[in-house]
Design a binder for this molecule. Sequence first.
Ligand SMILES: NC(=O)c1ccc[n+]([C@@H]2O[C@H](COP(=O)([O-])OP(=O)(O)OC[C@H]3O[C@@H](n4cnc5c(N)ncnc54)[C@H](OP(=O)(O)O)[C@@H]3O)[C@@H](O)[C@H]2O)c1
Length: 285
Amino acid sequence: MENLKLSNGVEMPLEGFGVFQISNPQECKNAVLEAIKTDYRLIDTAAVYMNEDAVGAAIKEAIDTGIVKREELFITTKLWVSNFSYEGAKKDFDCSMKKLGLDYLDLYLLHQPYGDVYGAWKAITELYNEKKIRAIGVSNFYIEKFTEFAEIVDVKPMVNQIELHPFYAQYDAIENMRKYGCIPQAWGPLAEGKHGIFTHPVLTEIGKKHEKSAAQIALKWNVQRGVSILPKSVHQERIKQNFDIWNFTLSEEDMKKIDALDLKHSEIIDHNNPEIVKYILSLKV
Ligand SMILES: NC(=O)c1ccc[n+]([C@@H]2O[C@H](COP(=O)([O-])OP(=O)(O)OC[C@H]3O[C@@H](n4cnc5c(N)ncnc54)[C@H](OP(=O)(O)O)[C@@H]3O)[C@@H](O)[C@H]2O)c1
């Protein structure tokens, strides 16, 4: 497993474990414990996932039973838009830390590009300067919003977590982030199962050559282009399979074949749709 160096020198694992839509606390705790036992070190949650307590319980058990040390883990959580203000961010950070049972956080992200992003950023920049957070970043900041934001703020976002998988490659957004020293991180690296990804003929064919599944090929493609990935699964075999991608290399030809699958739009969520914007703003945490 490799690490990526963020612009402030902090090392972040290239692969992490995502817990979106694992709403059952016991299932979430079990999945995170399984992931840590499998050697995932980055765990990605968010206030809006409503499972920070379960993630915290798994972290505590993993540390208490000697599986891992706190400093070996890299924990990410995200501030939800209903708390985007200077005061709201400070308060919600404390709330997340309490639920996670942590005394410092590795990465804190502004979850969506709406509302008072500048007030929230000022607050989390202060928490970063106070060393309560090791790195700060954003999520779903698409190219125009990301550029505006990165041009204005003093401490630049170190990570931008956006939808990135073979059917939505977003090379232009990645190139733009890199100009600001920002690391791209993929949410939905398995396209949330859309577009027949797990049986896709191109991914399956390349997989046969490397004795890997279509899922493993999709994950490796992002890793090889320097994109951090956060696959989610509640199944032990898949948790292990998704981490078993470090013993092979895709050829240039393989990479080009996967690049050609790009649909250049999302089949999961359209941030340009006003109804989606209204829906995101209506969700309260
Ligand atoms: N910042 C954001 O706005 C945002 C948005 C979405 C997600 N995220 C983060 O990114 C993480 C990953 O994204 P995601 O959870 O949306 O989707 P994903 O990881 O692309 O896909 C997860 C889906 O694929 C299935 N799956 C996983 N591994 C598999 C395998 N090897 N073979 C077959 N099926 C497999 C899972 O089912 P089972 O669980 O049943 O195995 C689940 O249905 C999230 O958990 C979250 O941490 C962030």
